[in-house]
Ligand binder design. Structure first.
Ligand code: NI
Length: 227
């Protein structure tokens, strides 16, 4: 399941993140790659754990905490501190799958990557190419969103970023471990939550059926969630 989170960062948030990262030093993107993806990846990245990366990541983590849509889609247990990359002309990231386990260097923080997130930080009209392409059972999904919008997709999917042919693509990317490991269970919770939200709008939160369905959502979450 692939879910877009529009306006995860507002224009002010995007400008704040860009002011921090644009002024920082960028390094070869292969600093975080395993040997297989190192063959496929040609981009630049902010050094993990650098002051600029931490400062910009904090803005994004705060925005994630304020997004009910992100919470419902991902049911996050652990979020890897957001990283930043950029692709200039000719740069690309060929087909790969994300590592199952992400370990933060120099710490004991680790997570199982259930979901991958890309947060777009450049106006899509400012560059050509740079399309995140995610393969799933329904075919290839092409993702290129406005600045401030994010996409959440299965870390298990094969995916790539098409070559940038004009301008620069700037994004944040990170992984998360969901409280609900099983993708099918997570999908059912998402569907149920969307329906309950809609019914709450139509019938009000005091409606008996809305209360019962809300209870069902929470009891399923209790049943499936690890914390
Ligand atoms: Ni990837």
């Amino acid at each position: 399941m692939m879910i877009s989170v529009p306006n995860l960062l507002d224009a002010e948030g995007v400008a704040a993140v860009r002011a921090i990262i644009d002024a920082a030093d960028w390094i070869d993107g292969n600093a975080t790659s395993g040997p297989q993806s190192a063959l496929a990846k040609k981009n630049e990245q902010l050094a993990e754990g650098s002051p600029a990366a931490r400062e910009a990541a904090a803005i994004i983590l705060k925005a994630l905490g304020n997004s009910p849509l992100f919470f419902s889609a991902a049911l996050p247990l652990k979020v890897y501190p957001p990283l930043f990359n950029r692709y200039g002309e000719g740069q690309t990231f060929g087909t790969h799958v994300d590592n199952a386990i992400r370990i933060q260097r120099g710490s004991d923080f680790r997570l199982r990557s259930d979901l991958s997130v890309t947060l777009f930080l450049e106006d899509p009209d400012a560059y050509d190419g740079g399309v995140l392409t995610i393969e799933d059972v329904f075919g290839s999904q092409q993702v290129k969103l406005p600045a401030g919008h994010a996409v959440v997709y299965p870390s298990s999917s094969l995916h790539h970023v098409t070559p940038v042919t004009r301008g620069t693509r700037v994004a944040s990317f990170f992984w998360l471990q969901s409280m609900v490991r099983d993708a099918g269970a997570r999908r059912m919770l998402w569907d149920l939550d969307q329906s309950v939200q809609r019914l709450t709008g139509q019938l009000g939160g005091a409606d008996r059926s809305v209360i019962e369905l809300t209870g069902l959502y929470h009891n399923l979450l209790r049943h499936w969630a690890d914390s």
